[in-house]
Design a protein around this ligand. Structure first.
Ligand code: ZN
Length: 156
């Protein structure tokens, strides 16, 4: 493992990947969507219990690398209890964080800085384009589930 890659596996990522939160299908879920990242072999299914604009529960099933599972685990913890609009806003900010060179512009909306601090642990993937897909896979599936689309999300 190169020194650069080892930066990806920070403590918070290892913790979430070894002990994923909200793992397993939710019985109360009324939305779900799958994601598939063929480059890495990651597969994730996101289950949401949505009541109007409110996300009451968020769970996931996944098989894949540590990055994809840790990101899904963090995501379900963060969006639970949020509104649909807040979850989508968080996805936008997370995507900017990991996919752009702009850096951690976590001052953007100011409504979830604790979340952005935790998500910053995943920002090391910026240096590894194929890993960005691992980190964002569950988020794309979550967004598709909120939109009511369960056609399966592909990162390609
Ligand atoms: Zn992966």
């Amino acid at each position: 493992m190169s020194t650069g890659l080892s930066d990806l596996y920070q403590e918070v990522i290892l913790d979430h990947s070894r002990h994923p939160r909200n793992f397993g299908a939710g019985e109360s879920a009324n939305r779900q969507a799958r994601g598939n990242n063929p480059l890495c072999g990651d597969r994730v299914t996101v289950y949401l219990a949505v009541d109007g604009e409110h996300i009451n529960d968020a769970r996931f099933n996944a098989r894949g690398c540590a990055i994809s599972i840790a990101s899904a685990s963090m995501m379900t913890e963060m969006i639970k209890g949020k509104t649909v609009a807040q979850a989508k806003s968080l996805f936008d900010r997370f995507h900017t964080l990991v996919a752009s060179d702009a850096g951690e512009s976590s001052e953007a909306n100011g409504d979830s800085d604790e979340d952005m601090t935790e998500l910053a642990s995943l920002s090391g993937v910026r240096a590894f384009p194929t890993r960005i897909k691992c980190a964002t896979l569950a988020w794309h599936a979550m967004s598709a589930a909120l939109d009511g689309a369960d056609d399966g999300v592909k990162t390609e």
